[in-house]
Ligand binder design. Structure first.
Ligand code: TNX
Length: 546
């Protein structure tokens, strides 16, 4: 099942016709009303609408109103990637507005609202920044890269009425945006979400739906947890039983599933079209029961265990002393590397409680060598710092407050030149319950309210790790208790927005009260897009008609 957000990426090309606009209808406050809104519903200010908070947002007076004659102008010399961003925006806007939204290559004039996209802009915007300048006749978006343009499009989208997210034409709506000047760059280069499809299998459509919901939050990395004790979810040609047997069931014993390599490529491409890099994650040497059950020879004693349908961790291990283990690693990681254009492949490396320290290092190091040979860098949890991670590899930190052993490993990772990605379980684990009454989730890292998920600073979370070692943030969703994408969304939203804001926005702009209002402004948008979310008690959800 796909949400309306799918249309943000065009599947149909647009002919480059030229159409000059006529004046649109007079600028009015948004006429959009969700089913529960009343005419008295307040409109959020521009600063309240844009999440994550931009580096700088100046509100001017007046609005820019789009009309049937509005075009998207990429200029005469647009690069293909700029044109693609424009076409994606056009496709997204056509559905709710019913307007043609032609993409033109220069020459648009007149006072119909138009969107102008161009590569360029002031210096200092980096590889993902953008500038959005909205006056009474146009919204001018400039960025040094297509990634920056795409992020700028998300800001423009959030400035439009919530019903821009709707899957059907919204007859009679007025499509206005406030006049603003936004200059925006991310705090950290890596802002990610992780989804566990091993504990409960999610279909391609479900994963695509999650990717769609990540897009407005300017997240750029998606870790897909493909193998664990309960299931192996990616077809491996050289070891076919991993998927056909090891992937056949899931937690609780219900039928599982796996992705063919073609389906996996489709997911990689779907993410890439949304300017998101997919990082495949195959957990090892622990969390490997599905593999051990599929192939007896991978076990030290040569006996395959039964498939596992419970929720314990830390009981399985690959066998460090067997040559076949290294053949297995080579085959699997080489196939996955070939399927993955991104620079990272994750080998997990957490909770290897049934592996000795020496065996752990031996297998993690072997995995890393294989990845390097395949042109990839290793991504793993912070436990991999105990092995010999190369400079530039990623250590994702999931420790909780006061866990000294985890802190020491994070410091070791930084000292070895790894890039740290902050995913503290007591703030960023989106499978933790919000409160004791949350119908899904776990609580081993504590209850994580919406406030808790936002109230931390990636730079100072772990003492002794310099900010220069921190690449960004990651919000994992583990799915032992989450059977499908609906519950996943309920756990992720709104907390994923808080993690995205921590990764993108300056620490100076960190403001809990303001953030809770920003969330209220997202409510009608998530409703229109069909994204499930939890109405956390600290947010005044109805404030803007949500
Ligand atoms: C710990 S933290 C895990 C996962 C579980 C999760 C449940 C980490 C890297 N591993 O295997 O699914 O807790 O919350």
């Amino acid at each position: 099942m796909r949400t309306r957000l799918t249309a943000l990426v065009a599947s149909t090309a647009v002919a480059g016709g030229l159409l000059l606009g006529t004046a649109g209808p007079p600028a009015l406050a948004s006429t959009v009303a969700g089913p529960s809104s009343t005419s008295a519903t307040a409109q959020p200010s521009p600063a309240q609408r844009v999440l994550p908070t931009p580096t700088s947002l100046v509100t001017r007076t007046g609005t820019l109103t789009f009309s049937r004659a509005s075009v998207i102008d990429v200029g005469a010399h647009a690069r293909p990637d700029t044109l693609q961003v424009a076409q994606d925006l056009a496709a997204f806007l056509r559905t709710p507005t019913g307007y043609p939204w032609r993409v033109v290559r220069g020459g648009s004039t007149g006072d119909a609202g138009r969107v102008v996209l161009a590569v360029g802009g002031p210096s200092g915007l980096g590889t993902e920044g953008y500038r959005l300048d909205v006056d009474g006749t146009s919204a001018r978006l400039t960025a040094p890269t297509a990634d920056g343009l795409f992020h700028g499009v998300q800001t423009l989208r959030q400035l439009m009425p919530p019903s821009v997210e709707a899957a059907t034409v919204q007859a009679g709506a007025t499509w206005s945006v406030p006049q603003v000047l936004v200059t925006d760059t991310p705090r950290y280069p890596l802002r990610g979400a992780m989804l566990d499809v091993a504990r409960h299998f999610m279909t391609v459509g479900e994963v695509e739906r999650y990717l769609d919901a990540m897009v407005p939050l300017k997240l750029n990395t998606f870790v897909l947890h493909l193998a664990d004790d309960q299931g192996w979810r990616l077809a491996i040609r050289s070891w076919p039983r991993l998927a056909t047997y090891g992937g056949a069931i899931e937690t609780g014993g219900t039928p599982g599933g796996y992705y063919t390599q073609a389906q996996f490529r489709q997911l990689v491409a779907y993410a890439a079209a949304r300017h998101i890099t997919l990082v495949p994650q195959i957990d090892l040497p622990g969390h490997t029961n599905a593999a051990l059950a599929s192939y007896a020879q991978l076990n030290c004693d040569g006996v395959a265990p039964p498939r596992y349908t419970g929720t314990d961790v830390g009981f399985s291990s690959l066998c460090a002393s067997k040559p076949v283990t290294y053949r297995f690693l080579d085959d699997v990681l080489s196939e996955i590397s070939a399927l993955t254009p991104g620079r990272y492949v994750s080998i997990g490396g957490d909770e290897a409680h049934s592996t000795t320290a020496a065996d752990y290092t031996k297998m993690v190091d072997a995995a890393q060598r294989i990845l390097h040979r395949n042109g990839k860098q290793m991504w793993g949890w912070h436990q991999t710092a105990a092995a010999d991670p190369a400079r530039g590899s990623v250590a994702a930190y999931w420790g909780t407050a006061g866990s000294d052993a985890d802190i020491a490993l994070a410091q070791e990772a930084a000292a070895k030149g790894e890039r740290l990605v902050m995913a503290p379980a007591d703030h960023a684990y989106l499978d933790m319950k919000y409160d004791a009454s949350t119908p899904y989730g776990q609580d081993w890292a504590g209850l994580v309210s919406v406030t808790d998920s936002y109230t931390w600073d990636p730079a100072t979370l772990v003492p002794g790790v310099p900010d220069s070692s921190i690449a960004g943030v990651l919000a994992p969703v583990w799915t032992e208790t989450l059977p499908s994408i609906g519950p996943v969304e309920y756990m992720a939203f709104p907390r994923l927005a808080g993690i995205a804001q921590l990764g993108w926005s300056t620490q100076r702009s960190h403001d809990l009260e303001a953030y809770l209002v920003q969330l209220a402004a997202q409510a009608p948008r998530w409703e229109a897009a069909g994204v499930r979310f939890y109405r956390a008690p600290e947010v005044a959800w109805r404030r803007f008609g949500g």
